[in-house]
Design a protein around this ligand. Structure first.
Ligand code: MG
Length: 501
């Protein structure tokens, strides 16, 4: 895979950076699972020092010289080129953002995080507004420092989905907007529409849910020697190496589906990491390429596998055994519950369809802020107007509205679109996979799961970060655009059945 002399030298030197990163990931996993609370400030300090050390090692003259020398090399294969691309990208961050800017950035976002938390708690947007104004300015500055092809928001988007431009995101959302709005109103008008489902109030046994999560992971062919499941406040995945990936889930007094879907979702992220080519291990190409592509893997397993009738049938006796009252629900009723569509205020609780509306309005707001067409102080009002338009409901408080997400307090403008993108991509991979393997509904069994995983490995996972999204699409489907028709077809077909449209 790696033959070029310069690449080989880069990779040999890179191992120390890899090792530091390995321990940073371990620290982050520990912080979010088992660390005693009072350990936080020491961990924060250790983490900051390691980051500085990493930067120093990265900016070592000889190392930078090698990365730059790679640009003049000819005859590189795709993997060797990708090593250059990934390292150049990291170098650009270090070189183009001045230390004063980075200092200002971390000072502002650290403060903003605390202020946002309190503002959310007290429904007090005005207290957060001045910091958010500052963050928007810093994001504009960051875009100028980093440079962009057409629109300053390109630079922000690129941080989360490499190479995806504002204009492309815009036409992507344009092609989803009307069809999804129409499907949404047909569901809302259906006699089978349900605003609430009794299953969400049903208590369940945590012990039995743990057993079910375990059984589901076994069905998904997980290898306990390389993947572990723990519990955390918010579910997440951390990859330490090809043979050591950690996922977490959560448990609540009621509504078992939250735990189940979290486990399957994080498993999807984990599988992407676990199925990388062994040759990429310890190189900058190990691990998934971008947030959107990563999310396409988690959504694939969550939505396209775990929400299906076949999956529910497979685990029907375990599901109905989770709590005393659950036995009365039929498999069909459980599938209906897994696929409930309804307007909701909170993004993370939104269903598969209306979720895209939550993202569209955030994208429009972020772009408006960067273009200075929307002012921060108008945000609560803009939020309500957009909510009314997309979802037909309006939050009563800013806590449930513009203050709900952590992202803006972190300066992560450009992040949200990748959530919607990931879901669309999962439907794209599904359509592509079905051409080779047949209908997914026939594959939700032991043999089929193995085939799906082999397909994902062959077409996506093995490459790690070698190809950016556009290259993956081109290799897979012959063109670079994110087609939305597969998502629309899949959702329409599914809801036609469930809601008898
Ligand atoms: Mg995820």
């Amino acid at each position: 895979m790696f033959e070029n002399k310069i690449v080989k030298e880069i990779l040999a030197r890179y191992q120390t950076l890899w090792a530091l990163n390995h321990y940073q990931v371990l620290g982050s996993w520990d912080l979010n699972t088992y660390m005693p609370e009072a350990g936080a400030s020491a961990r924060g300090l250790a983490e900051a020092k390691l980051s500085v050390l990493k930067q120093k090692l990265f900016l070592d003259k000889e190392f930078v010289g090698l990365i730059n020398a790679l640009e003049n090399e000819s005859g590189l294969n795709d993997y060797e080129k990708a090593v250059g691309r990934v390292l150049k990208r990291a170098l650009k961050q270090y070189e183009k953002l001045p230390p004063e800017f980075l200092e200002e950035w971390s000072k502002t976002t650290n403060e903003a995080h605390i202020v946002w938390k309190n503002a959310k708690k007290n429904n007090d947007f005005p207290s957060f507004a001045p910091l958010l104004e500052k963050i928007v300015k810093l994001c504009q500055q960051k875009a100028e420092y980093l440079g962009y092809p057409e629109h300053p928001y390109d630079a922000l988007l690129d941080e989360y989905e490499e190479g995806w431009k504002t204009a492309e995101a815009e036409s992507y959302f344009d092609s989803l907007r009307q069809p999804l709005k129409e499907l949404f109103s047909r569901i809302l008008a259906s006699p089978r529409y349900l605003a609430e489902h009794p299953l969400e109030k049903e208590p369940y046994s945590e012990e039995k849910m743990r057993q079910l999560n375990q059984k589901v992971l076994e069905f998904l062919r997980y290898d306990p020697s390389s993947l572990r499941l723990d519990v955390s406040v918010h579910p997440f995945t951390e990859a330490l190496s090809l043979k050591d990936v950690r996922i977490t889930t959560w448990y609540h007094p009621q509504d078992f589906v939250r735990s189940l879907m979290a486990t399957v979702h994080e498993f999807g992220h984990a599988l992407y990491e676990l199925q990388g080519a062994p040759e990429l291990e310890f190189t900058p190409l190990a691990g998934g390429v971008s947030l959107g592509v990563h999310e396409s893997q988690s959504r694939f397993w969550e939505n396209l596998v775990a929400r299906t009738p076949e999956f529910v049938n497979r685990f029907y006796s375990e599901i109905t055994g989770l709590g005393e009252n659950l036995a009365k629900y039929s498999a069909e009723e459980i599938v209906r519950y897994f696929n409930l569509v309804r307007p909701s205020l909170i993004r993370v609780e939104a269903d598969e369809l209306s979720y895209h509306f939550h993202i569209m309005l955030r994208f429009e707001i972020e772009k408006g802020l960067i273009e200075e067409k929307i002012k921060v102080k108008e945000l609560p009002e803009v939020w309500r107007a957009k909510f009314k338009d997309y979802l037909g409901i309006v939050p009563e408080t800013d806590t449930e509205g513009v203050l709900q997400d952590i992202h803006w307090s972190m300066g992560a403008l450009g992040y949200f679109p990748t959530y919607s993108l990931g879901t669309s991509l999962s439907a794209l991979w599904k359509a592509s996979l079905e051409k080779e393997l047949g209908e997914m509904s026939q594959l939700i069994n032991d043999e089929g799961i193995a085939k799906i995983q082999a397909w994902l490995k062959q077409n996506l996972h093995q490459y790690g970060s070698t190809y950016v999204l556009k290259e993956l699409l081109k290799r897979q489907l012959g063109k670079e655009t994110v087609e939305t028709q597969p998502l629309l077809d899949y959702l329409t077909k599914k809801y036609q059945q469930i809601y008898q449209l």
